[in-house]
Write a protein that binds this ligand. Structure first.
Ligand code: AHM
Ligand code: MG
Length: 336
């Protein structure tokens, strides 16, 4: 049986990536090594998040991060672990983290071909009450890493070679795309390995759920307001959508990917660029959505076409099921 085979012939994330790499004869195993260091970071954060209440790791570290928000101890810890793991992999040249104002340029002796952009622990406002949080990452590859420059990471999302997230929820799930579909792996705590549990994830073409912070509604622009109005009071003959909003991007996007629907973090009068960061939030999630058959739109263009000018730039984002994003695109087109 297929199920039996899966139980005894475990497809770990390393085995999966090695298989993928064998399709590219020019590959030298660098990506596999890089990914195993990302996986190490995810396992560390997973175990810290699980122990957080016990170990009294939760609390303020007495610092604020670059966006001026309160930084929790777990954020600091997760960031340190990821930066060290990525640098020591010997496969990275530039790192951009939500927690660090400046990009990290890896010292020449440890440099490699990959740039990694990441949010080590997203959704930190949810830590104290035990709601799902996650790590988000995107990977670029550079041809020449002898003189790394910021331009090498200020690239449109479509140039990423891989993207993914790890959700620390009721189970620990790592969702990854290396540009040929999307796969989900679940951490088996007894083995300490991520096992392929969600092969070839495809998002339904249309969903029954919308996900947005409606508390910002008074400041929305016309097309966003109209879209959400249509979700609640659809045209004769179709049913209204359900609202689900966790306020933790990884969890909201994970549900959208598996069940279908749309996730919105629009612009509003107070934050004309929305809230979410282009490089390490918008791009990786947009990459995964497209790879799963969905779409991601900024209100102006395909999200993956955006060219960021600054490493911590923000952008409005609408992503999810193909047909649902098509509707919001039509509303913005009608306004233009
Ligand atoms: P953070 O990086 O400070 O954790 O903020 C990002 C989070 C996302 O996970 C989530 O989608 C969004 O902020 C929720 O914002 P809001 O509380 O404005 O709805
Ligand atoms: Mg974040």
């Amino acid at each position: 049986h297929a199920a039996d085979a899966l139980r005894t012939d475990l497809m770990t994330i390393t085995r999966y990536v090695l298989n993928e790499q064998s399709k590219h004869p020019e590959s030298r195993g660098d990506f596999t090594i890089l990914l195993s260091h990302i996986v190490l970071g995810c396992k560390f954060v997973c175990s810290s998040v699980n122990k957080a209440g016990l170990a009294k790791l939760i609390g303020l570290a007495g610092e604020t991060n670059v966006q001026g928000e309160e930084q929790k101890k777990l954020d600091v810890l997760s960031n340190d672990v990821f930066v060290k793991a990525l640098v020591s992999s010997g496969r990275t040249c530039i790192l951009v983290s939500e927690e660090d104002e400046e990009a990290t340029f890896v010292e020449p002796a440890l440099r490699g071909r990959y740039c990694v952009v990441f949010d080590p622990l997203d959704g930190s406002s949810n830590i104290d009450c035990g709601v799902s949080i996650g790590t988000i990452f995107g990977i670029y590859m550079v041809k020449d890493f002898t003189e790394p420059t910021l331009d090498q990471v200020l690239q449109p999302g479509k140039n990423m070679v891989a993207a993914g997230y790890c959700m620390y929820g009721s189970s620990c799930t790592l969702v990854l795309s290396t540009g040929s579909g999307v796969n989900g792996f679940t951490l088996d705590p007894s083995l300490g390995e991520f096992i392929l549990t969600h092969p070839d994830i495809k998002i339904p073409n249309k969903g029954k759920i919308y996900s947005v912070n409606e508390g910002n509604a008074k400041n929305w622009d016309g097309p966003t307001a109209k879209y959400v109005e249509n979700c609640k009071f659809p045209k004769e003959g179709s049913s209204p959508k359900s609202l689900r909003y966790i306020g933790s991007m990884v969890a909201d996007v994970h549900r959208t990917l598996l069940y279908g629907g749309i996730f919105l973090y629009p612009a509003d009068k107070k934050s004309p660029s929305g809230k979410l960061r282009v490089l390490y939030e918008v791009f990786p999630m947009s990459f995964l959505m497209e790879q799963a058959g969905g779409q991601a739109f900024t209100g102006k263009e395909r999200a993956l076409d955006l060219v960021p000018k600054k490493i911590h730039e923000r952008s409005p984002i609408f992503l999810g099921s193909y047909d649902d994003v098509e509707e919001i695109k039509a509303l913005y087109a009608a306004e233009a």
